[in-house]
Write a protein that binds this ligand. Structure first.
Ligand code: GLC
Length: 742
């Protein structure tokens, strides 16, 4: 069964978004408005509150918020959604003296009503058009529901699977992360801000939040400037270059200074070097959190430090609301900085068109039409299929065999719906979710009988369900077991010290394995998990992440063979937590490299585990096979002004059509700063029919040979560069080299 490709994909042939230049007419309108504003009204624009209670029962918080809104003390609300509510609250804002409209914002991270796979899963597709499509559909639905601004994409490089927020990003690699950051910004914002099928995006969390010590959320971050510039900043720069409307800072400190109060990050880099025209919103309460951090003596001090450092809008800490006006009056805060922050915020409200029509995003008819557009679910299913990663497929166990007329579908997540959506789904309609069991039943029935048994819970030690599960397996021709995390085990404030399968799921697997039936394992979760016994003993393993509302259908598409999986890991799966940090581009030769397997005496190695991960960055199998051949490098040497083409032939040598993500890695073996063993420099996702071959070309220029040296200069040093083309970071198929001339 084939699913027609989402027609909106054709939309993405347009030119990339031009960085929104500042329009003179808009700037003049802002100046005129600023001149009319009182100090209190200026501070009002810098305040953002969560409005969950605004449409609920009477409460003191609700009254205070409504009064603040009516008196121009609020610039933005988050968590107010739906045309009816946004229209009602906007009307309150328009009662203020200057009738400045509110910005409505929400965490639309991987879908509004129609939930797509989590961002880490989408990254596993390595399909920039699909990723952009996911963001576009999410934006269309959110904008139709009165939302102007989403707090996405999260572009933090996430290398530590103990940190639960890896689920929200694009994984461990900077180059892939930067490409995906751009795709998501363009998907959310469209070609130009102001369309009612798009929302403002927000590059978050600025910066280096993913490097929290010990993988513990909200913790400190310490790193070299080289690391910051080489690994963590580029995806933010890519988002800024794509025209992202806003940034959000982060909860962590960077080398001892909280990001919210970090002048270097927000003023020197973002607004200075990068000339960024948008505005920065704090993360929830992060301005006030500079007090418990021990960086501010009190909230007044925090407010002063945050404004000086470039935090334009205060989400939920009340520090600006309660102290900024007085700080300005006492000469402790510069009114010019206040005016600049207000200007940045008003600029976005003008660009969205809210001064011309404050209700333009609140249209009942459009809300009904867009939120019920069946194309959105088709898109979610299409993206979910692309996100799945085939980790193992011994003896071609998959696709499911036609002769398997009785299939046991077992496990605590087999009939779950809510878990498939993952976390960060404030507006999800869980009635829309198709469970794995239902997806398989709809695709395989009636010719295949499904026998279900839960077996165990995700969490908990009870084994009472094992017998029924074993009986179901014994009565079947093959077994599909679903294992993993519940939806709230990854995400914000979900750090784990043990990233194994919770509960007794691996024991359930062992009991089913003992039946001798072919056993297919479907892994669900929001992060890399450790499941070594399953990895060794399963016949096939498919990583489905949290695939979203269409996950059940998408999984059936893949298990049945209707769709050939082509996903590749955007993040390394370790064998043991003790190997972390283990990202592929954190691997160095060292002075004592292990050169022969097993020869680890006095080498940089462990005595209790190999250095290699369970599954490497860029890894993913297919139902077909691909060969790489005929490598040619256009020139053996190049000058800084020249480029070199790396060309090879990719052939589908297997029985079915499929997609391969060909990857180009590079190593600078001798440099003034020791370089990683390999770094991703390009990739192409290529669809090939059986027997089809295609010539693939990657282009390298000086920039791709460069790194930040000890003086923090971006340099490409003359000498040899090793080139590697492969199907995964640990599956290099072709090798070559090129020399950069002085
Ligand atoms: C949270 C998150 C941030 C989110 C914000 C608003 O604490 O850190 O990513 O956008 O608050 O919900």
């Amino acid at each position: 069964m084939t699913i027609n490709h989402f027609p909106l994909l054709g939309l993405f042939l347009g030119a990339p978004l031009l960085a929104a230049a500042q329009q003179p007419a808009t700037e003049q309108r802002i100046t005129t408005l600023l001149q009319q504003m009182t100090l209190a009204e200026k501070v009002g624009q810098l305040n953002q509150y969560s409005g969950r209670e605004l449409t609920g029962p009477a409460s003191a918080r609700k009254d205070n918020q409504l009064n603040a809104i009516r008196s121009g003390q609020v610039g933005s609300m988050l968590n107010v959604r739906g045309v009816q509510d946004t229209r009602a609250i906007q009307a309150e804002a328009l009662k203020s003296r200057l009738r400045i409209p509110l910005l409505f914002s929400l965490d639309v991270i991987h879908g509004y009503k129609t939930i797509f796979p989590i961002p880490l899963a989408e990254a596993a597709s390595w399909d920039l058009a699909a990723i952009r499509l996911g963001a576009h559909v999410a934006a269309r639905e959110a904008a139709a529901a009165g939302i102007h601004w989403t707090f996405a994409p999260m572009v933090d490089v996430g290398r530590d699977p103990r940190w639960g927020r890896v689920m929200e990003g694009a994984g461990e690699d900077t180059y892939l992360g930067a490409q995906i950051a751009r795709a998501r910004v363009l998907g959310f914002q469209g070609e130009k801000l102001g369309g009612t099928d798009a929302v403002m995006a927000c590059a978050k969390h600025f910066a280096a939040y993913g490097a929290a010590l010990a993988g513990r959320d909200y913790n400190a971050v310490d790193m070299s400037s080289q690391q910051l510039w080489e690994t963590y900043l580029p995806p933010f720069r890519a988002a800024a270059d794509a025209g992202v409307a806003t940034f959000m800072n982060s909860f962590n400190t960077l080398n001892g200074v909280p990001a919210t109060g970090n002048r270097y990050l927000q003023r020197d880099v973002l607004k200075g070097q990068w000339q960024y025209p948008g505005f920065v919103v704090s993360d929830w309460g992060s301005i006030g959190e500079m007090v418990p951090w021990g960086y501010a003596a009190d909230k007044a001090d925090a407010a002063q430090k945050a404004l000086a450092a470039g935090s334009d809008m205060d989400m939920e800490s009340d520090a600006y609301h309660n102290h900024l006006a007085q700080l300005v009056q006492e000469g402790k805060a510069d009114v010019a900085l206040l005016d600049e922050a207000v200007r940045r915020i008003l600029r976005k409200k003008f660009e969205l068109g809210l001064f011309d029509d404050p209700y333009k995003f609140s249209n009942e008819k459009r809300e009904k039409q867009v939120l019920n557009d069946p194309q959105n679910r088709l898109a979610a299913r299409q993206v979910a299929r692309k996100a799945m990663v085939l980790l193992k497929n011994d003896h071609q166990t998959l696709p499911l065999r036609r002769e398997w007329r009785r299939l046991a579908v077992i496990g605590p997540l087999a009939k779950s719906k809510r878990d498939l959506d993952g976390s960060w789904v404030p507006e999800a309609d869980t009635t829309l979710i198709t469970s794995i069991y239902d997806g398989l039943a709809q695709r395989l029935g009636p010719q295949t009988q499904l026998r279900y048994a839960k077996g165990c819970e995700v969490l908990g030690e009870s084994r009472t369900g094992f017998a029924q599960a074993v009986a179901a397996a014994q009565s079947a021709d093959a077994v599909v077991i679903t294992v993993g995390e519940t939806w709230d085990m990854s995400g914000e404030a979900k750090s784990r010290t043990d990233i194994g399968l919770p509960g007794v799921q691996e024991e359930l697997f062992a009991a089913l394995k003992a039946t001798g039936k072919p056993i297919i394992v479907v892994v669900l979760g929001g992060r890399p998990l450790i499941f070594n016994t399953i990895a060794d003993q399963a016949d096939a393993i498919l990583l489905a992440w949290w695939p979203g509302a269409e996950g059940g259908h998408a999984l059936a598409d893949v298990l049945s063979g209707d769709y050939n999986p082509g996903g590749k890991l955007p993040i390394t799966f370790p064998r043991a937590v003790g190997q972390i940090p283990i990202a592929y581009n954190q691997q160095y030769s060292t002075g004592r490299p292990v050169t022969k397997p097993g020869d680890t005496r006095y080498k940089s190695a462990y005595i209790d585990a190999p250095n290699t991960p369970r599954y490497a960055f860029g890894y993913g199998l297919s139902y077909t096979t691909f060969t790489y051949s005929d490598l040619s490098i256009s020139r053996p040497q190049l000058t800084a002004a020249e480029t070199v083409q790396v060309q090879f032939t990719l052939t589908n040598t297997g029985p079915v059509a499929g997609e391969e993500v060909a990857q180009l890695y590079l190593r600078d073996p001798v440099a003034s700063t020791v370089r990683p063993l390999k770094e991703l420099k390009d990739f192409q996702k290529v669809a090939l029919k059986p027997g089809e071959r295609k010539t693939i070309t990657f282009t390298l220029d000086k920039d791709k040979l460069s790194f930040y040296n000890q003086q923090l200069a971006w340099v490409a040093e003359p000498g040899e560069f090793q080139l590697m083309v492969g199907s995964a970071s640990d599956d290099i198929r072709l090798r070559g080299k090129v020399e950069l001339l002085p």
